[in-house]
Design a protein around this ligand. Structure first.
Ligand code: CQA
Length: 292
């Protein structure tokens, strides 16, 4: 990593600003919600076996929009059941937003929330003492495995918490999408620090395959309009470029040759397509479902 490049993760308010531009420019949340309200519905119907309370665990839940979509779908499939929802999220700002969202959402009377303001590895350490016998009907880790120290052991731990008929859902960028190309080409040049690693679902499938762990997989097509990145000085474009590279103020701080090379790759047909004069980046995701 070039010493002059500062990771975006080092300033969470800047990260949040860039993330918001990303959400506004991409279909990411719509893509995930369509999966939850499409292919996942049958799976959510199959969990729990008529138990009065379904145990749900979200890992890296962020501000909770996606979690509440999952809970809504579980309630539609199990109208009689209560939901015991455990949330693991290391950022207390995110947890505050999540609690805010809960207080503004109706129809959650049957849902209890347990807030675990900690990393997945800390949760794992305390879990066995607190709840030696508790098992989960549904666990999800959505766009979260980039931030755990050891993705493989995290997956195996959460899989071990599953109840019979339970499911573990993982969502990550596809190994064939443009994030993977960007990381393969520039990985170490960007401002990566220990907080975030460039892992794709291709890597996760290799890990699981070599252990003989079976899974179901789903492709989740997703896109991001990066046209504004090609207009120097465009406020949103600069924030999006920061998000893509995970570098604060990328265009101002990176060597000009690196900036040119990144913009060139972003425009190439194996990264993006042109549509009605817009540059559309391949943000495809992949979902895996694991059994206990
Ligand atoms: C921190 C870390 C990650 C965050 C965050 C704060 C995040 C979103 C918002 N705030 Cl300290 N993560 C996130 C979520 C979805 C997503 C990406 C990041 O698509 C972009 N990635 C590239 C595929 C992950 C590296």
């Amino acid at each position: 990593m070039a010493a002059s490049l500062t990771s975006l993760v080092d300033d969470l308010s800047k990260y949040g600003e860039s993330f918001q531009v990303f959400l506004d420019s991409s279909s990411e949340h719509q893509t995930i919600k369509s999966f939850i309200n499409g292919p996942l519905t049958n799976i959510l119907a199959s969990i729990g076996e008529g138990k009065p309370t379904l145990n749900v665990l979200g890992v890296g839940s962020g501000s909770g929009e996606i979690d509440l979509e999952i809970i809504r779908q579980i309630q539609l499939r199990h109208p009689e059941a209560k939901v015991d929802n455990e949330v693991v999220e290391p950022s207390s700002d995110m947890l505050d937003k999540y609690k805010d969202l809960v207080s503004k959402t109706s129809d959650l009377d049957q849902v209890t929330f347990t807030w675990n303001n900690m990393k997945a590895s800390e949760f794992e350490k305390t879990w066995k003492e607190r709840n030696p016998d508790k098992k989960m009907d549904f666990i999800h880790m959505i766009q979260a495995l980039y931030y755990v120290e050891d993705p493989e052991s995290a997956i195996l731990f959460f899989q071990s918490l599953l109840q019979k008929n339970g499911k573990l859902l993982l969502i990550l960028v596809s190994g064939e999408g443009s994030w993977a190309k960007l990381w393969k080409t520039f990985g170490t040049l960007f401002g990566k620090n220990d907080t975030s690693q460039s892992v794709t679902m291709g890597d996760i499938k290799s890990l699981l395959d070599s252990r003989g762990v079976p899974y179901q997989k789903y492709q989740l097509p997703s896109r991001m309009d990066i046209t504004s990145c090609f207009t120097p000085g465009d406020e949103k474009g600069e924030l999006l470029l920061d998000f893509l590279t995970e570098v604060q103020g990328f265009r101002k701080s990176a060597p000009p040759e690196l900036t040119a090379a990144v913009l060139d790759l972003l425009r190439r047909p194996d990264c993006s397509k042109e549509e009605d004069g817009r540059v559309i980046f391949n943000n495809n995701l992949e979902a895996l479902l694991l059994n206990p």
